[in-house]
Write a protein of this length. Structure first.
Length: 532
């Protein structure tokens, strides 16, 4: 097997396993082939088994791996590197750690996004410690599959290894982990891979079986710079074909064909400018200086937000009233007093407020025809605005671009619930921290919606709305699929199931849920590959 390095050995699980494997293969002096690095001095307390077997203390270095060069490690370069690097998001890194990470990347020649997490730097840096023909095995977070910055990491791996495979694991390996676990296996360092392999392991036992014969239990995927192309490859050929066919045959349209998508109102301080009714009473601020506003997607229950909904927010003391001074300087006493509390708290010098001619004049972004979430954990909805309310920039404003879109707005809102549009959101959006789906305005215009019958009444809207408000979201989705995909577009139940499975697969990967839960049960003993 040759020399082995674990750059973040922690409790020595990988190092002890390496000792077991080398010993089972009757390797001469196996303890001398095993090396490790860890930044925590306490990790050395776990080395007892290795040192008792004959390993020397000098084989294990206490340091931040990203601060080391290959010359700092005895026996470098190594034949194999295994590890479970730290899953620390970039914005949580302290200054010295960030500088070491950036310095390591400059030395390696790998270009990573400034938003990359610590594990990405570890993986790129580890390649500097590999011998020609060497191999790696890393346990990584699900962000390796879906995060924007991971595109650069995957590309680097493909440029550097002849054979590359990654396996998503359904069983949660770490209790405190927020994401799906991915095992990366790559060999033939110094070569290049044309097509990586991907597989799904529902359990650790199946993961072990798959690692013994990777190519048998994985399938090729296309690793593209285009995130949508890459994700279509992940979900498989059948779902991708159905998705593409709907657009080619004119059975679907982009949201941008129906509407403009804009960011909501940027107040510069939602915590100050958006009030609940008791605050207004306390300062004697009358409705003359207030406008109804939706501050959060949590305040939207179904596919339609009406006057009663807005009244309920107000009566339940939700922050839903936006201060509208119009930039006037002669204001009622109570409102002036409230504004003075803002100045005392430094609201007036916040970035957006300081740029205004009058710091408390929140720009009027207009009243949208509908709302859509900017970021969401599950899936975005289009919510029709019947209450003439504004919205903050935590939501997007939807403005219908034609009379036909306005008259068909209920069909559009219903279409956004379908498995087709939910899959489109996963393909068009971007994975954000904690598994949230983020849709920039430009991304939202590319959302695919089922074509709807012009001028025809949307009878299913009311029933679907009731289901949503009752919290029965999957039933609402099934009804939308039945009405629009099955009966309007003519898709078969099996085709709808492919779209639904693909959508759920990408959502679950993004949210760190079991990767296989959206996929039909395997028809064979080995793992099932979605879309095959």
């Amino acid at each position: 097997m040759g020399t082995i390095l674990d750059p973040s050995f922690g409790g020595c699980a990988f190092l002890n396993s390496a000792l077991d494997v080398l010993s089972a293969r009757s390797t001469r002096r196996p303890w001398g082939l095993i090396h490790g690095v860890d930044s925590d001095p306490a990790a050395r307390s776990y080395l007892h088994r290795l040192t008792s077997a004959g390993a020397r203390d000098s084989q294990f270095v206490t340091a931040d791996f990203l601060g080391l060069t290959p010359q700092d490690m005895p026996r470098s370069p190594f034949d194999a590197i295994v590890g479970n690097p730290p899953y620390v998001r970039h914005h949580l890194l302290d200054g010295p750690a960030r500088l070491r990470a950036e310095s390591a990347m400059r030395a390696s020649g790998v270009v990573l996004s400034g938003r990359s997490s610590y594990w990405a730097y570890f993986l790129a840096h580890a390649m500097r410690f590999l011998t020609a023909g060497g191999r790696i095995a890393f346990v990584l977070p699900g962000a390796f599959l879906h995060a924007d910055y991971a595109r650069d990491v995957r590309a680097s791996i493909l440029r550097s290894f002849e054979d590359v495979a990654w396996i998503a694991v359904g069983e949660r390996l770490f209790e405190d982990a927020e994401e799906t676990t991915v095992v990366l296996l790559a060999s033939g360092f110094g070569g290049a891979s044309i097509r990586p392999q991907m597989g799904w392991a529902p359990s650790l036992q199946q993961l072990e079986e798959m690692c013994l014969d990777v190519k048998e239990h994985t399938r090729p995927v296309l690793c593209s710079d285009d995130r949508t192309v890459w994700l279509l490859s992940v979900i498989g050929e059948r779902a991708s074909a159905i998705y593409g066919q709907l657009a080619r045959e004119g059975l679907a349209a982009r949201l941008g064909q129906h509407a403009r998508v804009k960011v909501g109102t940027v107040t510069g301080g939602n915590d100050f400018f958006i009030l609940a009714r008791p605050q207004c009473r306390a300062f004697g601020i009358s409705d003359r200086w207030l406008r109804p506003i939706i501050a959060s997607s949590r305040d939207l229950q179904g596919m339609e937000h009406n006057d009663l909904d807005q009244q309920h927010l107000d009566e339940s003391n939700t922050r839903c009233l936006l201060i509208d001074t119009g930039g006037k300087r002669n204001l009622p006493r109570g409102l002036s007093q409230y504004l003075e509390t803002g100045k005392a708290a430094g609201i007036d010098v916040r970035f957006k407020c300081a740029q205004r001619g009058v710091w408390h004049q929140v720009p009027d972004s207009g009243i949208p025809d509908a709302f859509m979430q900017y970021m969401c954990g599950d899936h975005p909805r289009i919510v029709l605005n019947r209450a003439e309310a504004a919205c903050t920039n935590s939501l997007h404003q939807i403005i219908w671009s034609s009379a036909s879109s306005r008259s068909g707005s209920r069909w559009i809102a219903l279409g956004m619930l379908t498995s087709l549009s939910r899959l489109s959101a996963e393909l068009c959006g971007r994975s954000y921290g904690g598994g949230l789906l983020k849709l920039e305005p430009g991304d939202a215009t590319h959302l695919v919606l089922p074509a709807f019958p012009g001028g025809e009444r949307c009878d299913a809207f009311e029933e679907t709305e009731q289901l949503l408000r009752a919290g029965r979201r999957e039933e609402a989705r099934s009804l939308a699929d039945s009405v629009l995909l099955r009966h309007r577009l003519g898709l078969t139940q099996k085709e709808i199931a492919h779209l639904r499975s693909a959508c759920d697969l990408l959502r679950n990967l993004r949210r760190g849920r079991a990767a296989y839960s959206a996929v039909p049960s395997p028809s064979r003993r080995t793992n099932h590959v979605p879309g095959s």
